[in-house]
Design a protein around this ligand. Structure first.
Ligand code: EPU
Length: 418
């Protein structure tokens, strides 16, 4: 099993290019099940979750998927097989994104029910309740979600809580449904908007104005198109946070600063200078790092997917910072590992209190999930001595060539096998 080895501390310097957004391309790949004709997706990150989705689509009968450079081409017919099996779904919860498209396209779907994961129970009840409101019959049988519908019918649906993949699944179900669907209290994440843009380019009729209300008028068919995936805001901010933690100066290119306003504000509050110029962000140190408080909430608030990385930064900052996680109930697994590296952190329920600055020292640590791995990279880069992150496969799910990109910024980081 691969590990990531880091020799710290270092000061990150240089330029790095943002990859395409994993959480935008995954629903877009699932959406191709709805489309007749070839689809080309550009700016696709080469990460393991994308490769898993290629396998899921292959299993569902997409005729040909080719992935060269950052271009993914899907040719041939739409869905043929309505079943997404456990072996694939258990490795990636986002496989649930095929439920809406399969049901809309084939009138039936059998998708293994994703279990809980390291960061929380993560039920999919909002997806199921909403699809039932569109006329689907849904049962849980032998660990699978089994859904049928002759043709889904437009409905008015109010999500009890904002859910990213729930909004995406319902949007995909509604594009081929009969009549108008109105979704309320939808997720506002840029990845949801990118999916709407992609579907509209295929001929869907979706009005998503960023207010949480999405109106979809069903059409009979969707045609192929070309689409450029938005840059990955979480990867972009991970580089910026790592640079801030190492007191370095970096430029992230080909990113979208407008997707990161809350995060950039927080970074400036803790003592860095940021210069935004079109699709680049330049970060430089500006005096000592100061502790600031963050609370994760759905977009446009501070993203849960950056909480762990930000906490690693806060161990380096002067004073006390309070980190509150409100999206997932168990997303503090990195705390124990940061403590092993010398972080002074106390957890009280959904709140972590970080006392800084702590002199971090390298240690062998264990990655528990994707973003926890990124947090340990941030910590390892600013710690004294060697850090070895076990279970590097977590990082490969969502960060493209992570060690190569950090090497280019001057980090002493490498992948080791075994
Ligand atoms: N929830 C329910 N029932 C549902 C759906 C959600 O109770 O039917 C709860 C969840 O348990 C959670 C909250 O609602 O407490 C929000 O979860 P959401 O549904 O928005 O999360 P998701 O769609 O499963 C996506 C991302 C995650 C990201 C979250 C929050 C994808 C493929 N995944 O997950 O990304 O953390 O939104 O922003 O888009 C990651 O990339 O590392 C990652 C975990």
């Amino acid at each position: 099993m691969d590990k990531i080895r880091i020799h710290g501390p270092c000061r990150l310097e240089g330029r790095v290019r943002a990859s395409g957004a994993k959480n935008a391309v995954l629903p877009e790949m699932a959406a191709t099940l709805l489309v007749d004709g070839p689809v080309t997706l550009r700016n696709v990150p080469v990460v393991r979750d994308v490769q898993t989705m290629v396998k899921v689509l292959g299993h569902l009968g997409r005729r040909q998927v080719t992935f060269e450079g950052d271009v993914l081409r899907l040719e041939g017919g739409a869905a043929g097989e309505p079943e997404a099996p456990y072996d694939l779904v258990r490795t990636m919860r986002a496989s649930i994104l095929v439920l809406g498209p399969l049901l809309a396209r084939l009138g039936r779907a059998r998708v293994s029910l994703p279990g809980g994961c390291a960061i929380g129970a993560r039920p999919i009840d909002y997806h199921i309740d909403a699809l039932r409101r569109m006329g689907a019959t849904i049962a849980i049988e032998h660990g699978d979600v089994v859904a049928t519908a002759s043709r889904l019918k437009g409905a008015e649906i109010v999500f009890a809580e904002r859910t990213v993949t729930g909004t995406e699944n319902l949007m995909m179900a509604a594009v081929l449904a009969e009549g108008r669907t109105i979704l309320k209290n939808c997720a506002l994440e840029p990845e949801v908007a990118d999916l709407a843009r992609f579907l509209n380019a295929c001929g869907a009729r979706i009005e998503a104005e960023g207010t949480g209300r999405i109106v979809i008028d069903g059409v009979d068919r969707l045609r192929g198109t070309e689409h450029r995936v938005i840059p990955d805001r979480i990867e972009t901010a991970t580089f910026l946070i790592a640079a801030a933690a190492t007191r370095g100066g970096i430029t992230v290119e080909r990113c979208d600063p407008t997707h990161l306003e809350t995060v950039l504000d927080k970074l400036q509050e803790c003592g860095v200078v940021l210069r935004v110029d079109g699709d680049t962000i330049r970060l430089e140190p500006n005096g000592p790092l100061r502790g600031v408080n963050i609370t994760t909430r759905p977009y446009p608030d501070f993203p849960t997917d950056l909480q762990a990385q930000f906490m690693a930064l806060m161990t380096r900052a002067d004073g006390v910072s309070i980190v509150t996680e409100t999206v997932f109930e168990n997303r503090f697994l990195h705390v124990g590992e940061l403590r092993r590296m010398g972080g002074r952190i106390v957890v009280d329920g959904q709140t972590a209190i970080v006392a800084g600055p702590a002199p971090l020292s390298g240690a062998p640590v264990m990655a528990s999930d994707l973003r926890a791995s990124a947090c340990l990279i941030v910590a390892g880069l600013s710690a004294e001595g060697e850090t070895v992150i076990n279970r590097a496969y977590h990082i490969d799910r969502g960060y493209e060539r992570v060690e190569i990109k950090f090497q280019a910024l001057g980090a002493r980081i490498e992948r080791v096998g075994g």
